[in-house]
Design a binder for this molecule. Structure first.
Ligand code: ATR
Length: 276
């Protein structure tokens, strides 16, 4: 019988995930379908047992349910628990288990584009929100040596660091200090919303001190090239946008459901086509 997967969120109409996963099911000749489910916050607690009862085999979770879903699941993987957010649910022997593939998706995409493992490199993360937490904790879990955090609000970066369950050497910096010290870093990861519409001309830091051999990764993918990416390129650095992270977090979810890792290049291309 055809298996059913999906994504839950509010809103959900613009999700790129159905196109990505349905294409992978088709390409890999897996008899399954992926459907977007519009679920409002007040319906979440009844929706999850409902999804289990009708036999949904696994699903992704997007805004605003990534944290609220956690107590409704049978089990939450330790990394997802530390991050405080679930983006992928797997059904195993009729139990729903929550995972977070955002951080691992990011690191897989970064390693690939960087050309070697980034774990022994000097890394700076700009921002201390949910995306920064997923990336920082997963870097910690994977054994990154040095990851500094720069954020506008110092307390948020302090909290991120103090709650990290994995040992990682971290200095906390105001944005202005990070700008000064930028030459210390091999890899700079931009996780704030600055650069997204309507702030397309803004950057959280200026890159006067970036090294030409550095690599800048912005998790934004719309627009495809943010102001900070443009500046990094002008200064000779290599850059990457958030499309690989998005494709890889989806590919890793797919792998958890089916045991097969679909081609992230193909997933990325589908998102690009949808973005027009
Ligand atoms: P997400 O879950 O997508 O990471 P978030 O939790 O709202 O989003 O976090 C947004 C990040 O962007 C935060 O690090 C935020 O900085 P603060 O902790 O100081 O709020 C950062 N950010 C957003 N707008 C900013 C701005 N105008 N200047 C500097 N940082 C900004």
């Amino acid at each position: 019988m055809k298996k059913l997967y999906g994504v839950i969120g509010d809103p959900i109409g613009h999700s790129m995930s159905p196109a990505m996963h349905n294409d992978a099911f088709e390409t890999l000749e897996i008899d399954a379908h992926y459907h977007p489910f519009h679920i409002k916050g007040e319906e979440l607690a009844t929706a999850i047992p409902g999804m289990k009862a009708i036999g949904i085999s696994g699903f992704n979770v997007t805004v605003p349910h990534k944290t609220a879903i956690m107590p409704l699941l049978d089990e939450v993987d330790p990394l997802a628990k530390a991050i405080g957010a679930v983006n992928t649910v797997v059904r195993s022997q009729n139990r729903y288990i929550g995972y977070n593939t955002d951080g691992e998706g990011f690191i897989r995409g970064l390693n690939e584009e960087y050309g070697s493992s980034v774990l022994d490199k000097q890394i700076l993360i700009i921002g201390a929100g949910g995306a920064a937490r997923a990336i920082y904790y997963t870097l910690g879990q994977q054994g990154a040596v040095r990851v500094d955090l720069a954020n506008r609000t110092a307390e948020k970066a302090e909290q991120l660091k103090s709650r990290c369950p994995y040992p990682v050497e971290t200095a906390l910096l105001p944005l202005a200090d990070a700008e000064e010290k930028l030459g210390d870093y091999d890899i700079i990861i931009q996780t704030t919303s600055i650069g997204m519409s309507p702030k397309v001309d803004e950057s959280p830091v200026h890159l006067a001190n970036i090294r030409p051999d550095a690599f800048l990764s912005d998790i934004i993918y719309n627009p495809a090239e943010t102001a900070i990416m443009k500046e990094a390129k002008l200064r000779g650095a290599r850059v990457q946008n958030g499309l690989r992270m998005f494709a890889f977090q989806g590919a890793l979810a797919f792998e958890k459901w089916t045991g097969v890792l679909p081609d992230p290049d193909r997933m990325e291309k589908i998102v690009l086509d949808k973005l027009g």
